[in-house]
Design a protein. Structure first.
Length: 120
């Protein structure tokens, strides 16, 4: 499975990335809107892990570009805040499949991605 992780916290993103690579997935890590857009222009992904609050740029711009390039792409939003805790994120992006806290264990996140993105 090809996974794009868009996470401003480099340590957290690398933790997830390392675990997913050990599970046999192809993973790209982007730290901001610009690097995520570059990754989306260069390749196709099965699923995206997207932090709602990026330090540089807009998560919703990344999500919109992803859906424009790949209408069926699955997006799992993560956050370390209480924004969108009411579930309204699903009204903002039709490709949203889950909304998780950023402190989710890497193995649980990977299992969610395999479920929604189709493990290969």
């Amino acid at each position: 499975m090809k996974i794009l992780i868009v996470e401003s916290d480099t340590d957290l993103g690398q933790l997830w990335c390392n675990h997913m690579v050990r599970q046999g997935h192809e993973v790209w890590l982007a730290e901001d809107q610009h690097s995520a857009a570059t990754a989306l222009e260069q390749g196709d992904f099965n699923i995206i892990v997207l932090d709602v609050i990026l330090a540089r740029g807009s998560a919703f711009a990344v999500a919109d570009l992803a859906v424009l390039r790949q209408p069926d792409i699955q997006i799992v939003f993560v956050t370390s805040t209480s924004f969108f805790s009411d579930g309204s994120i699903f009204n903002l992006n039709a490709n949203a499949r889950a909304f998780l806290q950023a402190d989710i264990p890497p193995e649980d996140l990977t299992a969610m991605l395999e479920h929604f993105g189709g493990a290969s």
